[in-house]
Every structure is written in structure tokens, then in C-alpha cells.
Design a protein around this ligand. Structure first.
Ligand code: AMP
Length: 416
């Protein structure tokens, strides 16, 4: 029969890879929790208009990449392309701002973008993200960057750098956009079709266009940093001092705008030059809570792309406790053995069995092939004597253990 393969841009994370994923997830969780963050779990599906309003109707993510459909009642649904809009929606809907003046939240899970799949770009990918809602000071921006930096150091990721920029507030943005529009007046014909529209509607998006001719046009554009108002400039300077104080490797990149419209002031990306890949991105979004219908509350956060971090981990060998293989010889042994197995599990000792009828030598051959270090053998003989036989598969050592004492003895011998 024909195999129905996975969809394009989707991937299976196989059992042998999952430990590495879990390690990365746990480093991010542990670091965030040390900074007082709490987990929030948000739905995978949302009202499509949440993302239109939140991320921006003119962004590639919303215009081209969103998985959208109508549900059975005709409601417009989208699979979440990112986490921030959902976290903000949940923050407003559940009035979390009434509980804490400053909310530190983290989330983890799959995101969906209908982009052209290639190395490091999938249609379902995993993001770990944090958001600080209610924090106005640049120290909060520094804090989220520091969480990333500490996590990447713990994971021994090499040669990454934070690219940082400021997009200013509404006041400086208006001045800058006017300047950019003037800069583009005689260059519009060299832009791609999308950017020709963006030049008028949302010229900052041109910085984010992957088209080489657009990148060429925009590379000599005036820098937004020169247009920052005093308040935004002060905010940016403090952040730069923060990064320097903690020896965080960074570079100011005045063309960095990020692919989502909600950013104000700080934006950043973590870039690994050798791999030519961004492994995380984020920034401040002081207007989003209000734009989605909540109170006027500033915020900052990041999202890290776990799929792109996995291949960068050098030490992929993660110590894993192997299951002790139970070998049963005969039906009576199985009935007795399953009781013993349950006791082992209650003591947190990992066990497995295949329950097949085979000779002992065949069982041992299979256990060997599976790389089992320890087997427990149970046949009529052992049941009569109320014992089990523990066998070391590497050196052949075997020992009879009284069933009652077996768990204590095995814990001593195997150190499991
Ligand atoms: P963004 O949500 O676009 O700010 O992206 C944040 C991070 O998510 C990026 O730096 C990537 O590491 C990761 N990411 C974004 N899109 C994809 C994708 N299509 N496939 C894999 N990772 C992605």
C-alpha cells in the first residue's frame, strides 16, 4: 500500500533525537525560571485577525505564509505563525495585568509558516519564547537578551553574535519613514514588485526583503539610529551599556528591522555567521497590547528557533539510562515477571520486555543486538526458587537474586 508521507516542510523528530531537543528546551526553561519567568500555554489555533492586527497585514508572514482556513461554522482561523500575539491576547483576555504589574512569561511549541522549505526553514518549527509585559526600562530588554546569552553559553553554541538596532517610537519612526521615502523616490524601479508597494505603504519592510536587488537599493539608506528621539536614544544607549557590561557579543546593525510590524525601539537577532543563520530574534513592542485591545502596557521578548539550534550542539551524546531487558521463558514466568516489572517501575527502574516465545539463547542474541547492558532472566527454575537471574551482557557475569531483595541489590550493582 502507498505510504502517506509527511507534508512538505514538516519533520518527524525521532526518538534518538528527542533527548537533544529536551536538553535544549530544559536549558531555556531553567534559565528563564531562574529569572522569575512562568510558563504560559497558548492555543495552536487563533482567530486569523489576531495575527493581522498583531503582526501586521503587510508583513510576509501574514500576507503569504499563514496557514488559514475556515472552521465548520465559517470562522476565519489561522495556525499560529509565532507566539507573541497569542501570549498578548491571553494576557489581555485573562487580565493578567491585574495580578502582576510586571509579567514574565515563557512559552514553547510548534509554529506554522507556509514558507519555501529549505535547510533550517520548515513549515512547522519550534520556538521557545519569553515575554516581559509591563516593563518599560531598557534593563528589561537587556534581561531577555541575557537569558538567550546564558542559554547559548550553557548549550556551548559557538560564534554567535547579537545584532541589535532600535526602530524608535512613533515620533522618530514618522521622521525616519519620511526620510526613507525620499531616499527611495528615484530607486523604486529597482525594487521587486512587493517592495514597490511597500515603498509607499510600509517602507521599513524593504529592509527585510530577501530579494538581492532590494537589498542593494536599501544598503546605503540613512540609518534609523540618527533619527532617534532623546528618549529612544537614551533607551538604546543603556541597552548597549548593559550588553557591554556583561560581555555579550553584539554588533549594531542599523538595517535590522525584523519581519514583524509590532516592534518599537529595540530589535535584535542572534546570528551565527558560519552557518549564515539566525537562531533567535526579538525586541520591544510597546504598542502591541493596546493595538490588540488591551491597556497601554509596554513589552519586550524573544523567540528562539529550536530547529536551528539542534544542529549547532557539538556534544550530541546525551547520557540515557537503558532499560533492563526482562526475558521470560514460558507463560508462568511472564505472569510472575510482569508483577516484578511493575515493582521495578514503581522504584523508577526502567524496564522492557518483548513477551515473545523464544529460546534463551535467541532472547540473549536479540538483547545483545539491541545493545542491552543488563537482562533479567526468569523461567520455571527461577520461579521454583523465588529468584531472578541478573545477567551483565558485556562480560557475561550473572548472579541469582532473591526476588524480595532484587530491587535493592540491583540498585547497588547497576547504580540505576
Ligand atoms: P521570528 O518569529 O521570525 O522572529 O523568528 C525567530 C526565530 O525563529 C528565528 O531566528 C529562527 O531561528 C526561527 N524561525 C523562524 N522561522 C522559521 C522557520 N520557518 N523554520 C525554522 N525556524 C524558524
Amino acid at each position: 500500500m502507498e505510504i502517506l508521507n509527511r507534508l512538505r516542510g514538516m519533520k518527524d523528530i525521532l526518538p534518538k533525537e528527542v533527548d537533544l531537543w529536551k536538553k535544549i528546551e530544559s536549558v531555556f526553561i531553567e534559565t528563564s525560571e531562574l529569572f522569575g519567568f512562568k510558563e504560559i500555554r497558548i492555543p495552536i489555533m487563533e482567530n486569523k485577525f489576531l495575527f493581522e492586527r498583531g503582526i501586521g497585514a503587510n508583513t510576509d508572514i501574514v500576507m503569504k505564509e499563514m496557514y488559514e482556513f475556515k472552521d465548520k461554522k465559517g470562522r476565519e482561523i489561522a495556525l499560529r505563525p509565532e507566539g507573541t500575539a497569542s501570549v498578548v491576547r491571553a494576557y489581555i483576555e485573562n487580565k493578567i495585568y491585574n495580578v502582576d504589574k510586571i509579567s514574565r512569561l515563557y512559552y514553547y511549541g510548534p509554529m506554522f509558516r507556509y514558507d519555501r522549505p529549505q535547510k533550517g526553514r520548515y513549515r512547522q518549527f519550534y520556538q521557545f519564547g519569553v515575554e516581559i509585559l509591563g516593563g518599560r526600562h531598557p534593563y528589561f530588554d537587556g534581561e531577555v537578551i541575557q537569558i538567550l546569552d546564558i542559554s547559548f553559553k550553557k548549550l556551548e553554541i559557538e560564534n554567535y553574535i547579537f545584532l541589535v538596532n532600535s526602530l524608535g517610537c512613533e515620533i522618530c519612526k514618522v521622521k525616519y519613514i519620511k526620510e526613507i521615502k525620499e531616499y527611495l523616490i528615484f530607486k523604486v524601479s529597482s525594487l521587486c514588485n512587493d517592495c514597490k508597494i511597500r515603498a509607499d505603504k510600509n517602507p521599513l519592510r524593504i529592509f527585510d526583503c530577501k530579494n538581492l536587488s532590494c537589498q542593494d537599493v536599501i544598503k546605503d539608506a540613512p540609518s534609523i539610529i540618527e533619527f532617534l528621539c532623546d528618549n529612544c536614544k537614551h533607551h538604546f544607549d543603556i541597552l548597549i551599556d548593559f550588553l557591554s557590561k556583561f560581555n555579550i557579543q553584539f554588533k549594531i546593525k542599523p538595517t535590522l528591522v525584523r519581519g514583524l510590524d509590532y516592534y518599537t525601539k529595540t530589535v535584535f537577532e542572534v546570528f551565527v555567521e558560519k552557518e549564515n543563520t539566525a537562531i533567535a530574534g526579538g525586541g520591544r513592542y510597546d504598542n502591541l497590547v493596546k493595538e490588540i485591545g488591551g491597556p497601554d502596557i509596554p513589552a519586550v521578548g524573544f523567540a528562539a528557533g529550536i530547529d536551528r539550534i539542534v544542529p549547532l550542539i557539538k556534544n550530541k551524546d546525551i547520557e540515557r539510562k537503558e532499560a533492563i531487558r526482562f526475558i521470560f521463558l514460558g507463560e508462568r514466568a511472564k505472569m510472575k515477571g510482569i508483577e516484578i516489572m511493575k515493582k521495578f517501575v514503581e522504584e523508577k527502574i526502567i524496564v522492557d520486555a518483548d513477551y515473545e516465545e523464544r529460546s534463551l539463547s535467541e532472547h540473549l542474541r536479540i538483547a545483545n543486538k539491541l545493545g542491552k547492558k543488563w537482562c533479567i532472566i526468569l523461567g520455571d527454575n527461577e520461579i521454583e526458587k523465588d529468584i531472578i537471574l541478573l545477567k551483565n551482557m558485556e562480560n557475561g557475569f550473572q548472579i541469582e537474586l532473591n526476588v524480595k531483595e532484587a530491587i535493592t541489590k540491583i540498585k547497588e550493582i547497576i547504580k540505576c
